[in-house]
Design a protein around this ligand. Structure first.
Ligand code: PNS
Length: 163
């Protein structure tokens, strides 16, 4: 059985992430979405790790081979702990490449048992990121369609204090 792992901060999960998760799930028997606690990232995440996991669980409920787990260790340690041998990440544009290339090299140095593979974002989601979505929501702009409806509602509530 081949188990893959889609890691990220997912603060919050976007339609772009979900496209990558869905396409990765079709390539593996089993896929673990690994949600990093990331307490240090940009002043701390907007949503708790429990909230971030719950959003992904609802949005992937139709994918029987996908499970969602939080982690707060090295990624390769978590991957080997759950028996995942491949890390799958989405690549949007060249701007993602350098950071992703560095992480893939470091992860390979930390564990040669775990490979990293990349899935290219579809053009519709090339521009989409969790930070851009939060910025739009902070200014009460439209985020519907960029994130699952449940996340849209939570963003509106969290960032503008209304529904
Ligand atoms: O959503 P992101 O920013 O692309 O996710 C980055 C993430 C969580 C995959 C990365 O920061 C990570 O793997 N964190 C766990 C700590 C770790 O293993 N670091 C070494 C690899 S650079």
């Amino acid at each position: 059985m081949k188990r893959g792992m889609c890691p990220g901060t997912f603060d919050p999960v976007t339609s772009g992430h979900l496209d990558i998760i869905e396409r990765a799930a079709a390539l593996f028997d089993d896929l673990v979405v690994a949600v990093a606690l990331s307490p240090d990232k940009g002043g701390g995440p907007l949503f708790s790790v429990e909230e971030r996991c719950a959003f992904i669980e609802s949005a992937t409920a139709h994918l029987p081979n996908v499970s969602v787990r939080a982690f707060d260790t090295l990624l390769v340690e978590f991957a080997s702990q759950v028996g995942a041998s491949v890390i799958i990440k989405g690549l949007r544009a060249v701007t993602d490449f350098e950071r992703e290339f560095q992480m893939a090299q470091l992860n390979y140095r930390l564990s040669t048992d775990i490979e990293t593979m990349f899935i290219m974002a579809i053009p519709e989601y090339m521009y989409l990121s969790s930070s851009a979505v939060k910025e739009i929501a902070r200014h009460a702009g439209p985020t519907r369609g960029l994130v699952p409806d449940e996340v849209h509602d939570a963003l509106v509530e969290r960032l503008t204090g209304s529904r």
